[in-house]
Unconditional design. Structure first.
Lengths: 639, 822
């Protein structure tokens, strides 16, 4: 029985894989690769004549996303396991309008923050008026004529419009909440367990196991000490297969150095009277950044500089982070008992240093004071309030935009805003595992096989000399690429079978070696819901009538005396001696690959002795065969 | 010994001999022994013993079977040794058979006390003191001590084992004829028995298979050749060198580290003529037999030798350069036109030797860089010095560690993997690179140097210590950049570099890590000190935001950073590089810096920024800085007033330094001025002395100095004393001031000073007239005070008498403590 794995996403950090394991179909994450949005123009909050008149760029229909291929029928997916809120953004595309009828499993913070991210996305897209919608360009003949990046984009026909809030709600309603280390039975065949992965609030790795096989799915994990609960490594041990995805996207950037760089550049800009724009997601690294700034602003003399956090979900995000105490690192958990809010951004808000707004409109415009620091989305710079700030501040060299999210190429993100006078700083902060940490993890966990995206098995194309920027393990990792099906290297040899107590009672074990007892058993194997049970055989039908019947029932093979089972091995030399004692002469022994052949040349008989079988081959001399058989049996144990 | 001590001694000896009286503090015993050593060095031990029979009684007491503390036992053994160092006293103690009993089998050697390492150590040290004369040698031979010492070389206590080795060296030296004894014979039979025995033991150890034994023998020899340069040492070497050379036959070479020490010790010994006894050949063979890690120290040692064959030097240098040559080879670089590194790495010797493990590779590279760094400034450094390849290697190493190298070979990629982000190698390479700045290099290499330095200064991953070193190396390279004759400004390349550097510095000054901000400021101060007057530098600096950021760092939360910012701002201001601060809080630009620094001096909670302010002020006064020169008296008066109330003694001491500068200027010893200072406001005095002292009185310098004279911190009082003595000498030479000793004002000042000395400094002195000051100065016993201050603070308590009293007091023998028991 093979366990194929289907890879539906080409983006190693936004994975979407389907694992067929013991007759269950499990989708592992459903990340949404939004890099295709970079092919579109920003969606301005106010119609921008500059943007609509850019040569070489054309304003197309709202937004589009890359969807899954037709590799697998989504309605056959039994469960979806979500590892963190970034990896569930495609959920509505999968659960809605596909016939999907399974269950989605995720932790509570994942669901709540994932909802915020989706809500923000929908809000960003829906609030800008769409003048017209075009889809004709997706026709391959027309696409050929488009300018460069669009011309080369693959499978544009599968690009979809953004989902609606209704679809989001419907998708989220299919999620069942789980807690770390909770064991969830799937159809009796498989047990899945989420483990803390240390990357984000509620982020998890998953263990998928049967009685004799264990698959670990590691996606988006971090060994750094940030706000979430630390990664649970110990439970990943003894895996047959470890699927490794979601490593850091910027393996050469050390998050600590980047945070320092972020703070330095922020302070430098603000001290010179400039504004700082930080395009970011409304949850995740922003919590850590705010915490660093909390410690840094006083020392940098920035106490009077306002920090604005603008997102439709800003308020919920800041508040949610404070209530998920059990999902936080130990340090933050203990604060709750003091009682103190676990994150210091509460204090920033209280002291009016950090202010949050749902959008540019309303209160923000009256409170707005410069110089300031603005955190807002979307990191692609294609939609959201960030578009407005880019237009507003892009012309002055005093201002700085600092990119901290690693998901988008900052140069591509900036392209439609060129020429740009404002300074651009790239400080990608990605706390996910780097290759050094991976090699330590693999040494610690020692899986039999590692399966990972193709990208991780070779150095990045731009740094082909960096042999350290790839997974180095023994045996070499098995790699997959988008739209590939991979057979996982299981050697499945055993199934667990239960024995009913009354049947077990009836067994009479016999010790054949010290410590090893054997018993024969006759039973009926009953299989249901992937559970196997040995039940007592049905009693032979009770004799109901005359003698004739009784006699007949004596003849049925069931009631035959069972032949004893044999065990042990035959020592060839002694066997030959015994044969000689019993009058056989002219005995010749030949060694074979599997054992020995004893030739009785005179009798033209051949005894083939192998590890698990012995054959006596003679021509129609039953007497001889029985004699020889009895001699052979003398060397074996019977029970 | 003075009679008071003699009186106390019997009681003390009784206490020491009494096992029921534990001696809690063994530093007392050390002090006591030191005292006995001083007495015996100054006079006759025999007389000491005869005058104080309790000492012999104490030693005899040690022989009785009892439960004595190991510390007292060890003390007694050492005391016996100290006393027996003089031959007549030795004989005296021998009469009572005391010494054999103490040091022989009958003594602690055979008893349970021997299990204590303290006692074993005391035994060795006792013998070490004792072994000073021929009689002692006989004694050692008779009591079989040498065999015991041999066994103690393997003692479980490292201190005991090491002391045993040194004692062997000492005995060997004592038993061999001195320099006057004529050339000794090579024949072992002619040597004294004791020497024969020791040398025999060494030979046997050198032939042993166990490394510890070989190590001991090598260590004994190393010490011997290091300390004794008599002719016999050459004979000893000639005899032992075949055995030592034999060690090289083994694979791996045992005790390589000790072997290197020995060979270098022999090579350095003036008693040996190296050429005659095959030393150079042995050294050459050793160099080629040892692993690169082991051979490094030997190669460095050889290169440091004054007279050494050129071929050997070349071989040693090649060994030293090998790891760097491997790095260059692994990264497929040209080993340089000079060809010095060329050919060092043969086909068999590839980068593989660097690669076995990260730890080995990093260790070897760091040691190599450190060795080369040591070698570079020496006059005997190899010539020609391969400056260019070494520069190339340092740059390559830094690129490998920083991840900017693009090696094409497998070895290079592997090396890159090992070194990436390695802080140790980064630090070592930056130090080395800085040292290399003293030489020149080809233009394109220097460009690479600046590029890699900039890369490090820019990189967000550079650790604070690495950054600091990068700043230091950058400064050294800027210093060494070629200068146009007659112009001190930076050359055009350096100025271009500066244009890239300043934005980096700006960012570093905003770093969240205080160490980084601090080293950035230090770097800025250094640069400003050197090029602050040069147009190119000034222009670049003023065009940047660095001066403004520096000013903001005066309010940094970290005190070290504030201190560095104060120093930097002081320097910038001296050079006229301060940008007038904008904003309502700082009206008036330049003037506000003085106010700001005064504010720091009077309010900063940490000492470092306040000390830095005082240093800046002193420098400003010296340089007649424009802000200060405007109204010097008001400035000095204000500063002294704040400084006198400071709780940090260094601030007060620095205040005295500032007072001295003012005093010198007032009395007419103007110092040299900085280039942009205005004309000094204080000219040499023309009027009579009283008139000259008037400004000092007006700034209340004397009140400050007198207060400091009785400061509870000795350095402040000393400095004040020096200042007043200087002033008195100055005034005495000019003389002719009216004596006003008898005036009532003088009396009241003197009375006030007496109260100050007694600790009550509440009362101010009020306005002082020059005459009164001079009178008070004369009446003060400044010399006496200086003498008292020069004594260490415990000079009263340090007498032997007080030591003895203390020891007795701790066990309650002295005084009325016994009464407390009832």
């Amino acid at each position: 029985m093979s366990s194929p794995e289907y890879c539906l996403s080409g983006h190693p950090t936004l994975p979407c894989n389907v694992l067929k394991f013991k007759s269950t179909t499990i989708m592992l994450d459903c990340g949404l690769d939004m890099t295709s949005t970079l092919n579109f123009l920003p969606l301005p909050l106010v119609q921008s004549p500059r943007l609509s008149n850019l040569p070489g760029w054309s304003l197309k229909d709202g937004n589009a996303f890359l969807d899954k291929t037709e590799l697998i029928d989504l309605s056959t997916v039994d469960v979806i396991l979500i590892s963190n809120y970034h990896c569930m953004m495609a959920l509505p595309y999968i659960t809605e309008h596909t016939g999907f009828s399974g269950t989605v499993y995720a932790t509570e913070p994942t669901v709540q923050i994932g909802r915020l991210l989706m809500e923000e996305l929908v809000n960003f897209i829906e609030r800008v008026p769409k003048a017209q919608s075009a889809s004709l360009w997706k026709n391959k003949d027309i696409q050929r004529l488009l300018p460069s990046p669009l011309k080369d984009a693959v499978e544009v026909s599968t690009w979809r419009r953004c989902y609606t809030m209704q679809e989001v709600n419907s998708a989220l309603s299919k999620i069942q909440l789980v807690g770390y280390s909770q064991k969830i039975e799937l159809f009796g065949a498989v047990q899945v367990t989420p483990l803390s992965s240390g990357y984000a609030l509620g982020s998890s790795n998953w263990i998928i196991q049967s009685h004799y096989e264990k698959v670990s799915y590691v996606s988006g994990s971090s060994l750094l000490t940030t706000h979430p609960q630390p990664m649970d490594q110990a439970s990943l041990k003894n895996s047959d297969v470890l699927i490794l995805t979601g490593l850091t996207q910027i393996p050469t950037a050390n998050p600590d150095g980047m945070v320092g760089e972020f703070c330095s550049n922020l302070a430098l800009t603000v001290r010179n009277g400039g504004n700082v724009l930080v395009p970011c997601y409304p949850s995740g690294v922003i919590y850590d950044l705010l915490e660093c700034l909390y410690q840094y602003i006083d020392s940098a003399g920035l106490s009077n500089i306002p920090f604005y956090f603008i997102s439709p979900v800003a308020n919920s995000s800041l508040e949610f982070s404070q209530i998920f105490a059990e999902w936080l690192c130990h340090n933050k958990q203990t604060k709750v008992y003091l009682p103190e809010p676990p994150f210091p951004h509460a204090e920033l808000i209280q002291t009016n240093k950090l202010k949050h707004y749902p959008s540019l409109h309303g209160d923000f415009s009256s409170d707005f004071r410069q110089p300031c620091v603005v955190f807002t989305g979307h990191p692609s710079l294609r939609f959201g309030d960030v578009v407005h700030f880019m237009e507003l501040w892009g012309k002055s060299s005093l201002n700085t935009v600092i990119f901290t999210e690693p998901d988008f190429s900052y140069l591509e993100a900036l392209a439609p805003y060129q020429p740009l006078a404002m300074k651009c700083i790239y400080c990608p902060i990605d706390t996910r595992l780097n290759f050094i940490q991976v090699s330590k993890l693999l040494k610690e966990v020692q899986p039999l096989h590692v399966v990972c995206p193709e990208q991780y098995t070779q150095p990045p194309p731009a740094q082909s000399h960096r042999m350290d920027l790839m997974i180095d393990c023994q045996p070499p990792a098995m790699s997959y690429r988008r739209a590939e099906v991979l057979a996982l290297p299981f050697k499945r040899r055993y199934e667990k079978i239960e024995i009913m107590p009354e049947l077990a009672d009836a067994l009479v074990p016999m010790e054949i070696k010290p410590g090893i007892s054997l018993a024969t058993v006759s039973a009926v194997l009953h299989t249901k819901d992937n559970k196997h049970v040995l039940q007592p055989p049905p009693r032979p039908a009770q004799p109901t009538g005359g003698k004739k019947r009784k006699r007949a029932s004596e003849d049925i093979p069931d009631c035959k005396v069972l032949k004893p089972l044999l065990s042990g091995s035959i020592p060839v030399e002694q066997f030959v001696q015994t044969l000689e004692k019993h009058g056989f002469s002219d005995i010749k022994v030949e060694d074979t690959a599997k054992g020995h052949i004893v030739l009785l040349q005179e009798a033209e008989t051949l005894i083939q002795i192998e590890e698990d079988s012995t054959h006596i081959i003679c021509d129609n001399d039953e007497m001889l065969r029985v004699r020889l058989r009895d001699l052979v049996l003398k060397f074996l144990q019977k029970f | 010994m003075d009679p008071e001590c003699s009186q106390l001694l019997p009681a003390l000896c009784a206490v020491l001999a009494d096992p029921r009286q534990p001696m809690a503090d063994d530093t007392c015993l050390e002090k006591l022994l030191d005292w006995f050593k001083t007495i015996t060095e100054a006079g006759s031990s025999l007389l000491l013993l005869q005058g104080n029979p309790c000492l012999v009684e104490l030693l005899c007491h040690m022989l009785k079977p009892q439960d004595l503390s190991s510390r007292v036992l060890a003390f007694s053994l050492r005391l016996a040794g100290v006393l027996a160092a003089q031959e007549d006293c030795f004989q005296y103690l021998q009469q009572g058979e005391l010494l054999p009993k103490l040091f022989g089998e009958a003594g602690p050697l055979g008893g349970a006390a021997w299990t204590s390492p303290t006692v074993r150590s005391g035994w060795i040290q006792g013998l070490r003191s004792l072994a000073q004369h021929p009689s002692a040698l006989h004694f050692l031979a008779d009591c079989g001590a040498v065999d015991t010492i041999f066994s103690l070389q393997e003692d479980s206590s490292l201190f005991v084992a090491s002391a045993a080795g040194q004692l062997l060296v000492h005995i060997l030296g004592l038993s061999m004829p001195g320099p006057a004894g004529g050339p000794p014979s090579l024949q072992a039979g002619d040597w004294p028995a004791c020497a024969q025995k020791i040398v025999g033991h060494i030979e046997e150890s050198l032939r042993a298979t166990a490394t510890p034994q070989i190590t001991q023998a090598l260590n004994v020899l190393t010490t011997t050749f290091g300390h004794c340069h008599d002719p016999w040492t050459q004979v000893l070497w000639v005899r032992l060198s075949p055995l030592v050379a034999g060690l090289l036959e083994k694979d791996p070479v045992p005790a390589a580290h000790s072997l290197v020490d020995l060979l270098l010790s022999v090579a350095r010994s003036p008693g040996l003529s190296s050429s005659s006894c095959g030393l150079w050949e042995t050294l050459a063979r050793t160099l080629s037999h040892l692993s690169p890690t082991q051979a490094g120290p030997l190669a460095l040692g050889i290169l440091k030798l004054q007279d050494c064959p050129q071929a050997l030097r070349a071989q040693a240098f090649a060994v030293l350069l090998q790891p760097l040559a491997c790095v260059l080879k692994a990264t497929a670089q040209d080993p340089g036109p000079s060809g010095v590194l060329d050919g060092i790495v043969g086909d068999s010797m590839t980068a593989d030797m660097l690669l076995p493990s990260k730890a080995a590779c990093v260790g070897l590279l760091c040691r190599t860089l450190a060795h080369l760094e040591l070698l570079l400034p020496l006059p005997q450094r190899p010539c020609p010095w391969p400056q260019a390849p070494l520069l190339g290697a340092a740059v390559t190493l830094l690129q490998l560690c920083g991840g900017s190298a693009r090696p094409t070979s497998d070895a290079g990629r592997h090396l890159c993997g090992l070194l990436l982000g390695c802080v140790r190698v980064q630090r070592a390479a930056l130090d080395f690179l800085g040292t290399l700045s003293e030489g020149t290099g080809p233009r394109e290499l220097v460009t690479q140097v600046f590029a890699v330095l900039l890369e490090y200064l820019r990189s967000p991953d550079s650790s604070p210590t690495v950054l600091k070193k990068a700043f230091q190396a950058t400064f050294r390279w800027l210093l060494s950049s070629p200068k146009t004759p007659g112009c001190w400004d930076l050359d055009p390349h350096a100025l271009l570099f500066l244009r890239d550097l300043l934005p980096v510095l700006q960012k570093r000054l905003c770093s969240p890590c205080w160490e980084v901000r601090d080293s950035g400021l230090e770097f800025l101060t250094q640069m400003t000190r050197h090029w602050g007057g040069q147009a190119g530098f000034r222009h670049a600096l003023l065009a940047s935001e660095v001066p403004k950021l520096t000013e903001q760092l005066l309010r940094d939360p970290e005190s070290y950073v504030r201190a560095s910012a104060v120093t930097a701002m002081g320097q910038l201001s001296s050079q006229g590089l301060c940008v007038p601060a904008a904003g309502p809080e700082h009206p008036g630009g330049q003037q506000s810096l003085l106010a700001e620094l005064l504010h720091i001096l009077s309010t900063d909670s940490e000492g470092f920024p306040r000390r830095a302010v005082m240093q800046v002020f002193t420098q400003w006064l010296r340089d007649s800085h424009a802000d200060v020169a405007g109204d010097t008296e008001q400035f000095v008066a204000g500063v002294l007033q704040v400084a006198s109330q400071d709780l940090d003694w260094e601030v007060r001491a620095q205040g005295l330094e500032l007072a001295l500068v003012f005093l010198e200027q007032t009395l007419g010893q103007p110092r040299s001025h900085c280039p942009c200072a205005v004309t000094p406001a204080v000219a040499a005095p023309v009027g009579p002395l009283a008139q000259a002292l008037q400004p000092l009185c007006r700034v209340r310098l004397f009140e400050f100095a007198f207060r400091a004279l009785f400061d509870c911190d000795r350095p402040v009082a000393q400095k004040s004393c020096d200042l007043l003595l200087f002033l008195r000498a100055k005034t005495a030479s000019s003389g002719s001031l009216q004596e006003s000793r008898s005036s009532p004002h003088v009396a009241s000042v003197e009375a006030a000073l007496q109260r100050w000395q007694a600790g009550d400094q509440a009362q101010p002195l009020g306005d002082l007239e020059p005459e009164v000051v001079l009178a008070v100065l004369r009446s003060l016993d400044l010399e006496g005070l200086q003498g008292a201050l020069a004594e260490s603070s415990d000079h009263v308590e340090k007498s032997p008498q007080s030591l003895l009293q203390d020891m007795l007091a701790t066990v309650g023998v002295l005084g009325g403590n016994e009464a407390d028991c009832y």
